[in-house]
Design a protein around this ligand. Structure first.
Ligand SMILES: O=C(O)CCC(=O)C(=O)O
Ligand SMILES: [Fe+2]
Length: 323
């Protein structure tokens, strides 16, 4: 049943310039899934195995460092870059912290670009050779794949194929390698799970590593359904910013990572989501193609992507409210 809930879509169909029906078929299937469940798995995405393997290698090496060394990379506001330890982030409206630690890679600065001053610079762990190259390579690959998916989203919404291009070209996107350690009795609050139920904040999320057991999505019927997909596929789901931009036409579906049974409980889980964000100054206003008599505008007040992100980071414990 789960494979039907989260369909596997071959993105090579979208690139078929020789056969417009293939392209249209992909656009239709993607948009249908995004209206129904907000999740798809993309196969044949073209990201080289070596890029993914290199990223995993450096990420594992980092998380295996002693905690004192990792804590040296806890910097700045809200863990926007570098390391965030176990016991900080929790899902909105849940006091129980998630059983995970993670690292944030943001957009690399470009000399002379005005947006550079809005984003904190990346930091890199000196203990792990090749960390910067490997994670930044994966960031760029996932961003390019996200741009292709957004083109198909735009077409499905009746917009120009390149609608998202100038709204995301210096987006505040984040690559977040996550380590869920083996589950030990007494670790975390009672009731803690690897990742409490939540919706993603950004436009779309591209997730590497979803094939390991634990990820579940909440169906419309209110049932938790495990996401089972082929290991090579990348899960791409709708976030709250895209839901809001589309006046709730596309759905940002609640999901979580549960504590798996033995033998998976005894082994760590690593996943690598890429949260694709719009440019910080982008104003999120309901698209006119998504406002109809049947679906009047639910969000008459526009909000910039940056304001929206700040509100949401306070809700999940990564930012403190301003006094
Ligand atoms: O680890 C996973 O598979 C999913 C993580 C997730 O949903 C998130 O970080 O937003
Ligand atoms: Fe998520």
């Amino acid at each position: 049943m789960s494979t039907e809930l989260v369909p596997i879509l071959d993105i090579r169909r979208f690139d078929r310039s020789d056969d417009p029906r293939e392209r249209e078929g992909f656009v239709r299937a993607l948009n249908h899934a995004y209206r129904e469940i907000g999740f798809v798995a993309v196969s044949n995405h073209g990201i080289p195995d070596a890029v993914i393997a290199d990223a995993y290698r450096v990420i594992k090496e980092f998380f295996e460092l002693p905690i004192e060394q990792k804590l040296a990379y806890r910097v700045g506001k809200g863990g926007a870059r570098g390391y965030t330890p176990f016991g900080v982030e929790h899902a909105k409206d849940s006091p129980a912290v998630d059983l995970k630690e993670f690292w944030h890679v943001g957009r690399e600065h470009v000399a002379g670009a005005a947006w550079t001053s809005h984003y904190p610079p990346n930091i890199w762990p000196t203990e792990v050779a090749g960390f910067r190259e490997a994670t930044w390579a994966l960031y760029q690959q996932l961003e390019a794949l996200g741009d292709r998916v957004l083109r198909a989203v735009a077409l499905g919404l009746g917009l120009d194929e390149r609608y998202f291009e100038d709204k995301t070209d210096h987006g505040n996107s984040i690559l977040r390698p996550i380590h869920y350690p083996p589950l030990a009795p007494g670790r975390g609050d009672p009731g803690s799970v690897r990742s409490g139920q939540h919706e993603d904040i950004n436009l779309i999320t591209l997730l590497i590593g979803s094939g390991e057991p634990g990820l579940e999505v909440l169906s419309r019927a209110g049932q938790w359904v495990p996401v089972t997909t082929i290991p090579e596929a990348i899960v791409v789901n709708v976030g709250d910013m895209l839901q809001r931009l589309t006046n709730d036409v596309l759905r940002s579906t609640t999901h979580r990572v549960v504590n798996p049974p033995s033998p998976y409980a005894e082994v760590p889980r690593y996943s690598i989501p890429f949260f694709l964000h719009p440019n910080s100054e982008f104003s999120i206003e309901s698209l006119s193609t998504c406002v109809t008599p049947d679906n009047p505008n639910h969000y008459p007040e526009p909000i910039t992507a940056d304001q929206y992100l700040t509100q949401r980071l306070i809700e999940i414990g990564l930012l403190k409210p301003q006094a």
